[in-house]
Design a protein around this ligand. Structure first.
Ligand code: TYM
Length: 335
């Protein structure tokens, strides 16, 4: 708790082009939860370097991601929005937690297996211990809730295991966090292969809607979405392509799947795709305009970066010091 509020933590990587999946699965929920909780939203640039990055590009993407958080509706006066790399406690706690995490646990992480298959020439130790840094992010702020898409559930389970293990030895040091998974949009699938999640690293640009795609591109990608030959619009497992389009439609319009199925009763796939395209444009076009406006105000963004990093450092250092004391590191002389 901070004051009378429970704490929320979440983050996104500043890598690749963000997709509609990132928005509907995570960012959109962040905004809806932000009044209820004391919130920390990080641009997790330290996680990004587990895969080789172009330095100038990483810096540019990190800044535009931070701007996007604000553009999506997170008020930086009320929500702590900051770069992970500006807050040294993340790396410090991650090291300690590495010593409380087993190789076997990390070996089971499906994202590690997927990423090491994809980057076979660079299976570095950071890629392996990535979930431990994620655990440090969450536990430093004593987060009660962590809104994420379904693909991050395994990492969250591990975070809970590490926290429980640590608490069992040293007493109640960490709050045990719960995942928050949105009712719709928690797993948006590829438009070209609905058995795969929509991902920023997909090589086929038609598979993903990027948050900065213009309206015509969005409409075209929806039109080209892979469906099936059933010819009916129902929300069911046997029609993963149609179900994904309905999920996108519902997440963008606020309607339930029952309402959507009723609305498209008797319609062809073309009509559904068109409606999905319009619903997505309706959500993304205003967001893109706000990003462009905010980007012009360099001084404002700079002040957000500075002030919030200080706040994050202050809050996270409290937990770090507690942990350091518990495990037996020598006390620091008073300043
Ligand atoms: P990242 O950057 O891959 O994704 C950011 C958020 O977007 C969600 N997401 C999706 N949701 C629905 N459908 C999709 N197709 C889809 N693709 C991505 C993800 O679940 C995530 O919530 N390891 C994390 C970043 C991280 C983090 C943290 C998250 C680092 N530390 C601490 C929470 C708490 C990641 O790579 O997310």
């Amino acid at each position: 708790m901070i004051g009378d509020k429970k704490v929320l933590f979440s983050g996104m990587q500043a890598t690749g082009n963000l997709t509609l999946g990132n928005y509907l699965g995570a960012l959109k929920n962040w905004v809806s939860l932000s009044d209820e909780y004391e919130c920390f939203y990080s641009v997790v640039d330290m996680h990004s370097i587990t895969v080789r990055q172009d330095p100038a590009e990483l810096r540019r993407r990190a800044r535009s991601l931070l701007t996007l958080y604000i553009a999506a509706g997170l008020d930086p006066e009320k929500n702590c929005i900051y770069y992970q790399s500006h807050v040294s406690s993340h790396a410090e706690l991650a090291w300690i937690l590495n010593c409380f995490t087993y190789m076997g646990e990390l070996n089971r992480m499906t994202q590690f297996k997927d990423k090491s298959a994809k980057h076979a020439d660079n299976i570095n130790a950071g890629l392996f211990t990535y979930p431990v840094l994620m655990a440090a992010d969450i536990l430093l702020y004593q987060a009660d809730v962590v809104p994420v898409g379904i693909d991050q559930m395994q990492h969250l389970e591990l975070t809970r295991d590490i926290a429980q293990r640590f608490n069992a030895i040293y007493g109640d040091v960490f709050t045990i966090p719960e995942a928050y998974i949105g009712k719709v949009g928690a797993k948006i699938m590829s438009l070209q292969d609905p058995s795969k999640k929509m991902s920023k690293s997909d090589e086929n640009p038609n598979a993903s809607i990027y948050l900065m795609d213009d309206a015509d591109t969005i409409r075209r990608k929806c039109k080209r979405a892979v469906t099936d030959s059933e010819g009916v619009i129902l929300y069911r497992e046997e029609q993963p392509g149609i179900r994904n389009l309905l999920d996108i439609y519902c997440a963008c319009s606020g309607k339930t799947s029952e309402e959507a199925v009723k609305e498209f009763d008797g319609c062809g796939y073309g009509q559904l795709k068109e409606a999905v395209g319009e619903a997505v444009v309706g959500v993304l076009a205003p967001l893109q305009n706000r990003v462009k406006e905010l980007e012009k105000d360099k001084a404002y963004i700079d002040s957000v970066i500075k002030n919030n990093a200080e706040k994050a450092q202050y809050v996270s250092t409290k937990t770090l010091r507690k942990v350091q004391k518990k495990i037996g590191f020598p006390e620091r002389p008073r300043q």
